[in-house]
Design a protein around this ligand. Sequence first.
Ligand code: 5GP
Length: 145
Amino acid sequence: MSLDGTYDDGNIFARILRGEIPSARVFEDDHVLAFMDAFPQTRGHTLVIPKYSSARNLLDEEPQVVGPLFLGVQRVARAVRAALMPDGIIVTQFNGAPAGQTVFHLHVHIIPRWDGDAPGRHAAGAMADMAELQALAKVIAAQIS
Ligand code: 5GP
């Protein structure tokens, strides 16, 4: 799907939001939900999504949703740092399949990085163990402030 298209409310993140499929939830407020990426590029790879949104990507999003989304991203990124003490953190998002997007509900990746550690490839890794993701979600959630 390119930059143009119709939002499909059967996408995997919409289903996670509705609780139809399990996820390792880290944080939730009135605006955003954060949960662990099921195919993490590094340990602690977390996703933040707007809760009330029919935007496939950043360009589609209502301006009033963008501010609270990125406040949530900053809050969760700080918690990832405090919990896992990485040497760096990638904050990124992809718009359209040619850019690497595979799930078409706006989302932001928080990917902790450690010196000397190579991250896995985007959307090409193995599925993580749910119990491990839940444990990571718990240690990150404990650092939300
Ligand atoms: P995108 O490629 O759209 O930027 O990112 C989608 C992300 O969603 C990928 O990093 C991928 O690993 C992750 N993902 C795909 N399916 C699931 C799922 O069922 N649960 C979770 N938690 N993450 C998923």
